[in-house]
Design a protein around this ligand. Structure first.
Ligand SMILES: Nc1ncnc2c1ncn2[C@@H]1O[C@H](COP(=O)(O)OP(=O)(O)OP(=O)(O)O)[C@@H](O)[C@H]1O
Length: 446
């Protein structure tokens, strides 16, 4: 449903009808009020839109960096690397281009669209979650007493403690993404709770990938970014440590330098030593760290995660197999409906009422228009499903089809009915201009 949302032109008069190969733009987040500015994003204003690809109809997420001129195309090498990177915990980058469609020079990053996601910040650190609002937050000049910070953090951790298995679940997903990113000689550079999206099943995805490489390359073109990658990768690991610490304390205040040791104490008291050790390792920025060193720390929790994923995949398989059956019956019903009571075909007004088609018409009555002894409608889904399945298979079982005036009875097998259906649909398909079925595959009339 979310993918079908369309913007109301009166509400968003400034939205262009088309941007490069995309149309039907819809702001993913509230647009700033008239005269207001979008939030700054590494020095640039940024906004997010859902959009539809004009040719394929596929939905994408466009991240627009306002007022950005690309004068150096060297950074596009990073874009190519990001485009090739595919992983279940990252939002796939599709393409990057510049556009004047918004009336300025904008840079557009096109990503896969994941409907119904929110950011990790809004899931776990939103201001309306009890205990998050910090009375000092709006007045940075007011000194924050140490005891206040400590008590506040204590209150947070005790009242809003996230279950430890959930935190390890996040760690496994995030390290999994970092592992492929770092092994592709790239760095995430935006590992913070506003740039990680999460769906209702706790699947995390790193978003905004590649933006820093383009924007920072541009503003700092003298620096050789390739030589800095290792440095950025180390920063990713520090950011991961901060993120896990913030999650464990359920507070972004925990990662402020002056609160860190209190926060680590709290983690030690609230969670297993393994979690604290992992955070300590990640925050030890004076030593060289690697994402692969985290694997032994995760240990057997990995198997738990794998088992949960397999269970989920099994339940999806079950659901999918039901849908496959539904699809099969749906196609059968479409064929029947296309034949039954067709007003005319090849100038023949009685085509659907004679021969094979007459039997199919009586069969339609037999399946869908049964009545009970009192003449009232008899609505039995199991009867419908059973009949359609027998028709699809073409069983030798015979049924009696009664004419509407009840003057004649035709005894016919499902195999014969199936033959009638295929013959009649074949005639229709042969004379239609488009020899395609509803799934887009060519119909070869039998
Ligand atoms: N690929 C995506 N598919 C669907 N929704 C997304 C996608 N990427 C981000 N979003 C959603 O778009 C919204 C805005 O994302 P954005 O990255 O701008 O976060 P933000 O919290 O507004 O951070 P910032 O203030 O730094 O821009 C968020 O609600 C996020 O859940």
């Amino acid at each position: 449903m979310l993918t079908l949302l369309q913007a109301d032109p009166t509400q968003f008069p400034d939205l262009p009808a088309e941007v490069d190969s995309y149309h039907e733009l819809f702001p993913v987040e509230a647009m700033p009020s008239a005269g207001g500015l979008h939030k700054p994003h590494m020095g640039y204003q940024a906004s997010m839109y859902k959009a539809t690809h004009i040719k394929t109809g596929i939905h994408y997420c466009l991240r627009r960096i306002h007022g950005f001129r690309l004068s150096n195309t060297k950074c596009m090498a990073f874009v190519e690397l990001w485009k090739k990177l595919s992983h279940s915990n990252i939002v796939q980058l599709k393409e990057v281009f510049t556009t004047k469609a918004f009336g300025d020079n904008s840079m557009i990053f096109v990503y896969d669209y994941h409907p119904g996601c929110e950011t990790l910040l809004s899931r776990h650190f939103s201001p309306d979650q009890s205990g998050y609002s910090d009375p000092f937050i709006n007045d940075t000049s007011t000194p924050r007493p140490y005891s206040y910070q400590k008590n506040n953090l204590l209150r947070h951790t005790q009242n809003n403690k996230l279950p430890e298995p959930l935190i390890w679940n996040y760690i496994i997903q995030l390290t999994s993404a970092l592992r492929v990113i770092h092994s592709s000689a790239l760095a995430c550079r935006s590992l913070d709770p506003t740039k990680i999206i999460i769906n209702s099943r706790n699947r995390l995805r790193l978003s905004c990938l590649g933006v820093m490489d383009v924007v920072m390359h541009e503003t700092n073109s003298t620096i050789n970014h390739v030589t800095l990658i290792q440095h950025y990768q180390q920063e990713d690991l520090t950011s991961l440590g901060k993120l896990v610490l913030a999650l464990a304390c359920k507070s972004t205040v925990a990662v402020q330098r002056e609160n860190m040791s209190t926060a680590l104490d709290l983690v030690g008291r609230t969670y297993t030593p393994d979690l604290r050790n992992l955070i300590m390792y990640l925050l030890a920025s004076q030593q060289r760290r690697s994402v692969t060193d985290l694997m032994p720390m995760i240990g057997a929790r990995f198997y738990t995660q794998l088992d949960l994923l397999h269970q989920h995949a099994d339940s999806l398989d079950d659901e999918l197999s039901k849908e496959v059956q539904n699809g099969r019956l749906f196609r059968l019903m479409v064929k029947l409906s296309m034949i039954n009571e067709r007003p005319d075909f090849n100038m023949e007004s009685t085509w659907s009422e004679t021969g094979d088609r007459y039997m199919l018409k009586l069969f339609r009555d037999y399946v869908f228009h049964q009545v009970n002894e009192d003449g009232n409608p008899w609505l039995d889904m199991a009867h419908v499903v059973q009949c359609l399945n027998k028709l699809d298979v073409g069983t030798p079982e015979k049924i009696s089809l009664i004419s509407r005036d009840e003057q004649s009875v035709l005894v016919v097998s499902y195999a014969e009915l199936k033959h009638c259906l295929e013959q009649s649909f074949g005639e229709l398909a042969n004379s239609s201009m488009l020899h395609h079925d509803l799934s887009g595959t060519t119909i070869v009339p039998e």
